[in-house]
Design a protein around this ligand. Structure first.
Ligand code: UDP
Length: 242
């Protein structure tokens, strides 16, 4: 499949991408490997924004299910994303990739606050920008944060790195006959409730015409491959399905 040429992309990774084989937290070796993927893409000439979730550390819903106040639990989840962002910044800078973290919740001694025009400048200077703390508001997820930042930064595409190589009509880890879609419309993803990203994130991408490319981040070299239009992935956009 050939995907259109993108220049500026936003890469969304869930917190689990930082976890490796662990069941919780951050595995520095895994973060270093993912950082290598990002470096490869940047070296190929792409401008890169990153959003990393926090599910490997804390999810608001899980806290709320155990009786916590939902908003408080969500703020804790957002703080978890800042830890992941700092781990990724560290890994990228050890590879020589200049990186800035901007948080939607200002924390001056840790990282920059989110300032769109400043982020723009960083990208122009060839720096990777990691947007932390999601949208800065509870009741959202980092998928929505990623879609929002992709729109604000006028990204050409949102790449969603997962542990499968695209969107299937059934769970490929359970059903051996599951078929991968090459391309889907946003409307189909929403109407069939396909698990691509949160509905609010999908709707935001649809309304702003930002294609979502779902691919496997666990395969080495895959991010750069998918950007070259060579890897296996599913693209979700506004074009009629073929
Ligand atoms: N979160 C939030 N608002 C946001 C982004 C994240 O409240 O804009 C909280 C929410 O509790 C969420 C947690 O941060 O569960 C971690 O983010 P997410 O679940 O999206 O991480 P992922 O599943 O991608 O690892």
């Amino acid at each position: 499949m050939t995907i259109p040429k993108f220049k500026r992309i936003l890469l969304k990774l869930s917190g689990e991408a930082a976890m490796g084989d662990q069941t919780f937290g951050i595995d520095p070796a895994t973060v270093a490997r993912v950082a290598g993927e990002v470096k490869q893409a940047k070296d190929a000439g792409y401008q890169l924004c990153l959003v990393i979730g926090g599910g490997n550390i804390f999810r608001g819903m899980a806290g709320a299910a155990k009786g916590m106040d939902r908003a408080t639990a969500d703020y804790m989840g957002m703080l978890a994303t800042v830890m992941n962002a700092l781990a990724m910044q560290d890994a990228l800078e050890r590879l020589g990739v200049e990186t800035r973290v901007q948080s939607a919740i200002p924390m001056a001694s840790v990282c920059e606050p989110y300032i769109r025009r400043r982020a723009e400048r960083h990208l122009e200077k060839n720096r990777v920008v990691i947007f932390a703390a999601g949208t800065g508001s509870p009741y959202f997820t980092t998928d929505s944060g990623a879609a929002l930042r992709a729109a604000e930064m006028r990204c050409d595409a949102l790449l969603k790195g997962t542990s499968v190589d695209g969107v299937y009509n059934a769970d490929p880890k359970i059903d051996p006959d599951a078929v991968r879609y090459q391309q889907l419309t946003f409307s189909r993803v929403l109407s069939d409730d396909l698990k691509v990203m949160d509905a609010s994130a999908v709707a935001l991408c649809r309304d702003n015409d930002i294609p979502i490319v779902v691919f496997n981040i666990r395969e080495t070299g895959n991010l750069a491959r998918v950007l070259r239009g060579e890897g296996t992935s599913t693209i979700v956009n506004n074009q009629t399905e073929n």
